[in-house]
Write a protein of this length. Structure first.
Length: 284
């Protein structure tokens, strides 16, 4: 069995010796001879395409939500035998798949009795996300948070100022449709909109969240608590089920972040629900 194990030492909970730790865990689980590969932060997309071309029987990925999302979208087209291990700070995707288990326990249990599952997703301007898309000021706030976590104080301050500017100047017009037979409906004017799928959508396939009262504190609350706690009863929040969403503005490009990673979206964002987006492994 050809096994490739990709790890990201820059992820929130993967240490510099992550390769050695991952190899030891694989060997303890009975997987010998795995090819250990460190994430190429300069050109991860090309690296993943090259790894996919090797057509592994088992592909193990240890990193944050962004790394896992990229692996699902590239290597997942070649093999459904993807084992996703929690290595980030929030680990939204792996929590929804494996629960609150450590990466070592996930690895051991899945390899002992693997089962394939199908993951739903959202698609924003062609980019797949498996947890959440945030458009508007929260995208800059999230970037500032990550820069602060890395100790890049000047960059974090610059991104925080950009977020406040966006909050005050960006006006988003959004329309959504829930199914094919319903008329499109409009959301309240806002500068903060999110699309939630998978572990984030509670009662529907995809949910759209808009923040009508776009104060700095409210926008920060969306960034933080939308990922770690229940913010659904916060003042100014509107949540609607949807299968598709269009966001437009006349105020320039819309800042967008998908599963924790920023993307270029332009002045028009199209979001749609994908019922069967990828497959991966969990414990049977």
């Amino acid at each position: 069995m050809k096994t490739i194990a990709l790890y990201n030492p820059a992820a929130g909970s993967v240490s510099a010796d992550g390769g050695e730790r991952l190899r030891a865990a694989l060997q303890a689980a009975g997987v010998n001879g795995a090819e250990l590969v460190e994430v190429d932060c300069s050109d991860g997309e090309t690296q993943l395409k090259q790894l996919a071309a090797a057509k592994p029987d088992l592909f193990v990925v240890w990193g944050g939500d962004g790394t896992l999302r990229s692996a699902l979208g590239t290597v997942g087209k070649v093999t459904p035998n993807l084992l996703l291990l929690p290595g980030g700070t929030m680990n939204l995707l792996t929590r929804s798949i494996h629960g609150e288990k450590t990466w070592e326990r996930v690895l051991t249990e899945v390899l002992a009795g693997p089962k394939r599952i199908t993951l739903p997703a959202g698609k924003v301007n062609g980019e797949i996300f498996y947890c959440a898309m945030l458009a508007g000021a929260p995208a800059h706030f999230a970037e500032a948070r990550e820069s602060l976590r890395r100790g890049e104080l000047v960059k974090a301050a610059t991104e925080a100022r950009a977020a406040l500017d966006t909050l005050n100047t960006l006006h988003l017009d959004a329309r959504y449709r829930n199914g094919y037979t319903f008329e499109r409906a409009s959301l309240p004017p806002t500068s903060v909109i999110g699309a939630l799928v998978g572990p984030m959508a509670r009662d529907h396939a995809m949910e759209i969240a808009a923040l009508a009262e776009s104060s700095a504190g409210a926008a920060l609350n969306v960034v933080w608590s939308s990922f770690i706690s229940d913010w659904r009863n916060a003042p100014g929040i509107t949540i609607v089920p949807a299968r598709s969403l269009v966001i437009e503005t006349e105020d320039g490009d819309i800042p967008v972040i998908v599963d924790g990673e920023a993307m270029d979206a332009g002045s028009r964002v199209q979001v749609s629900y994908v019922e069967e987006a990828a497959q991966c492994l969990t414990a049977g």
